[in-house]
Structure formats: C-alpha cells, structure tokens
Design a protein around this ligand. Structure first.
Ligand SMILES: Cc1ncc(COP(=O)(O)O)c(C=O)c1O
Length: 443
C-alpha cells in the first residue's frame, strides 16, 4: 500500500464544517498549524474526516511515540479500564504507580537512588521541578534559556521565552527568573565559532550574571531542554553541557532537564541529555511517555525530593490508566528496539536532508539527533535571513499533499514522527517536502 492518499485537497468539506463549529465554541487561544481534522490513526498514518490519509511526521506533537493504535498499548489501557480508572494517589495507593517508578528508575540518566512525582502534563512536571528545587535548596531563583518552551501555566511560562505571544498580557510572572542565551551555534548570539569559542555562552553566565547581579547562592535550578524543541530544534555542541554542569556544581545549583519533547527514546537514547554524558539532578518528562494518555513526570535524584507530606500532589496525576499506558510504552520501546529505529531512521532523514542542503539554496541548516530533526529555512545561505513565511508555505504545501509535518522556531520544519516510522514512509515524505521547497525556491 502506498501513502499518502489524498482524495480531496485538505481541508475537505467535513473538515471545514468542524473547523467552523470549533470557531463558535472553542477557546481561540490555540495557535493552530493547519486544519487537519483527525478521524482515526493507525501506525504512522493519520486519516482525516474526509478520507485523506497522511503520513504522520508529527506524532501528535511528539506524543504518539509507539505509533497510533499499537495493539499492546490498547490492550494495556483496556485492561486497566476494566480493573479501575481512578483512585486518587494523593491519598491512597495502587501498584502500577509504583511499578512505573521502578521501571523509570532503571532508565533515568543519573546514578544512585531516584524518586518520581507524577502530574498530568509537561507543564505540571515543570511546576513540580520549580517547587522541589526551591524546597530542597531553600533558594528562590531560576535560570532558563531564551528560545525555551516549558509550558503555559504561570510558573512554566515564566521560564518559557520562545515567542512573545506566550507571555503577552500575563505579567506579573514568577520573579527571579533570568534568561540566558542558548548555545545556538548557527546563529551564535556572540558571533563566535563554536569550534574555537570555548563555550563563551557558559562563561557569560559566570561573568555577566554571577559576577554582576545574580548571586549564584540564590539560584535554585537551571533548566535546559537538551535539544531546544519549540525554539527551533537547536542542538548544543558537545562541549556545552559538560562545561555548564561544572559551573552549576561549583555553586550548588540544580541542573534540571526538560525532556518533555526530547525524552523517552525520541533521540535514539532514553533521554537526550545522555548524548552529552552529563548527569542531571532533575528530569521532566511528558508527551511520549504515555503515548497520548495524560502523564507528566518529574524525576530526580532521591535526596532532592525531601519535601514533606502535603507539600505537593495532584488528584489525577499518575492515574492508573496513564501508568498502564506508560508501562506498556516502555515495554514496546524495549521489545521493538525503537531506540535503534529512532537512531537509524532519524540518521537517514538527517542525511537525506543534508544532501538536499547541498543543492537547495533555502536550506540553511539541518540538525538534530534521532527522530528529532530540524531544517532551518532561510532566504539565502549567506545572509541566513529567516524565511518564516516561506516555512509556513512549505508546511501548508506538505499538508495539502499528504504529509503532516509542522514548523518550530519561526523558520524550522521539524521531523518528529512516531519512533516506529519506516523507510517506505520516510522516502515519500522527503519527496513531498523537497517538492514543496523547490516550489518556494522557484517562486
Ligand atoms: C520541551 C517542552 N516542555 C514542556 C512542554 C509543555 O507540555 P504540556 O503541553 O504537556 O504542558 C512542552 C510542550 O510542547 C515542551 O515541548
């Protein structure tokens, strides 16, 4: 069977009707990519309400890690629904909550004992990290990155610095958050070359924050996405995190990694920070961990979670159906060798895009690890001028031709399919993307 299959140029009539109904009753606060109205999904294919079948490079926004409708996952969820759906862990106990903690402890990227806390979303995992880091250190301040995305609750959005509209009119946000430059070497804010700069962006934190106006002993944690997601799939150079961690250790500042998008196998390792061989103190996980069931995890070295009963909890957090789903996801990733698939197929996508970069004037940069690959679209390679409108047009053209793929940053197309993606779907996807790009270049 060959995909994609477009019967009517999307959005078709049924999709349009639902989009119109949405406008009447649903909050207009969402920043939609395009009018894909999903009816069903299977494997790596998404079917819309008009019968179009798209290749899914979105994985429901990096969530559907093991593909859509995986039989083992469905069975695990159904089995748990038959047993019981909820019994608040705020006050009581059940087994799979603990079992998931035990399984996570085996794969978390730090040594020693670990503890986990469950919420329902990425933002809730971040909020838990913000609270526990204050509790444990007795300090108030945070350091986060320009370009970062950590969620939309007031705490998480105080760390977020990706797009002005995410923060506009929501002030006052949490005080004491300092934002520093992310190591975005393609557009180095210091205009340096990352092969010879000796990680000047880490020195900046030391020289210009800690020696000028941010007493380091008042900073509870620094939080970093190991690969900046929403900010444009930006990959730090090899030397960055080791040097950063050294600086943080000198000042007793906790190192938290936001693996909400990059974690649970997406980059070919369980957690993206493993690519840098650095141990975090806190790890935040959501999205792919339960493949569509709501679950956010804040995990840390055990000694950090020294908070006392009543200090933090969540009624729905770690509900038994989500825990069953997460256990099944971990099992599927192991038994189907999906870390390997992410590494191999992600490597293939990156290589093919790098080849395109050689011949296409509007591809400025290709970067990523595993199945987290970004293509930066520019007006021309010399000026590196951001081509945001063109990126949007490429995305829309792909959509009309059966490739569900979205952008990030303002000019990056991101490739983040389910970890189950196969070559027979990658090749036509690359073809659709290249055609869309060529059209824009010709125009
Ligand atoms: C890196 C990162 N952190 C946090 C979040 C927030 O997660 P949620 O939307 O589940 O609150 C996201 C969501 O896109 C994310 O990509």
């Amino acid at each position: 069977m060959t995909y994609p299959k477009i019967k009517v140029t999307p959005p078709g009539p049924k999709a349009k009707a639902i989009v119109d109904r949405d406008a009447a009753v649903i909050s207009p606060s969402f920043g939609r990519a395009y009018p894909l109205v999903v009816e069903s999904a299977e494997g790596n294919i998404v079917r819309d309400v008009d019968g179009n079948e798209f290749i899914d490079m979105n994985a429901g926004l990096a969530v559907c890690s093991v593909g859509h409708g995986h039989p083992k996952l469905k069975e695990a969820i159904k089995d748990q629904v038959d047993k019981f759906i909820h019994y608040s862990y705020t006050d009581f106990y059940y087994d799979n909550y603990v079992e998931l903690g035990e399984e996570l402890a085996k794969i978390l990227p730090m040594g020693g004992d670990k503890k986990v806390f469950y919420g329902n979303s990425g933002a809730e995992a971040i909020e838990a990290a913000m609270k526990v880091s204050r509790w444990h250190t007795g300090r108030q301040g945070y350091i986060a990155y320009i370009g970062s995305f950590h969620g939309r609750t007031l705490g998480a959005v105080s760390l977020t610095a990706s797009k002005p509209y995410q923060r506009r009119r929501f002030a006052p946000l949490i005080p004491g958050v300092e934002h520093v430059f992310y190591p975005y070497c393609y557009r180095c804010p210091f205009n340096l070359d990352c092969d010879s700069c000796d990680m000047a962006c880490v020195d900046y934190i030391d020289d210009h924050l800690f020696h000028k106006y941010v007493p380091p002993e008042e900073v509870a944690m620094l939080i970093a996405e190991p690969i900046q997601g929403e900010g444009g799939y930006v990959v730090p150079p090899d030397a960055y995190f080791p040097k950063l961690k050294k600086l943080l250790d000198e000042h007793g500042i906790l190192f938290a990694v936001d693996e909400v998008q990059s974690g649970v196998g997406r980059t070919g390792k369980w957690f993206a920070i493993e690519h840098w061989g650095v141990e975090p103190d806190i790890v935040c996980v959501a999205k792919g961990i339960a493949a569509g069931m709501p679950l956010g995890v804040m995990a840390s070295k055990a000694e950090i979670q020294d908070w006392t009963p009543g200090s933090h909890a969540s009624t729905f957090g770690g509900n038994p159906v989500s825990c069953a789903a997460a256990l099944s996801v971990l099992d599927i990733i192991k038994t189907e060798d999906l870390l390997k698939n992410a590494e191999v197929e992600g490597g293939y996508i990156k290589k093919r895009l790098e080849e395109m970069m050689e011949v296409h004037p509007m591809i400025g940069d290709v970067r990523g690890k595993g199945l987290m690959v970004g293509v930066e679209v520019v007006k021309d390679k010399d000026s590196k001028e951001v081509a945001s409108k063109e990126t949007e047009e490429i995305m829309m053209d792909c959509f009309r031709n059966g490739l569900a793929i979205v952008n990030c940053g303002v000019n990056v197309i991101r490739w983040m399919p389910p970890l189950t993606i196969t070559r027979d779907l990658i090749d036509p996807s690359l073809e659709i993307f290249e055609k869309a790009l060529s059209k824009i270049e010709a125009a």
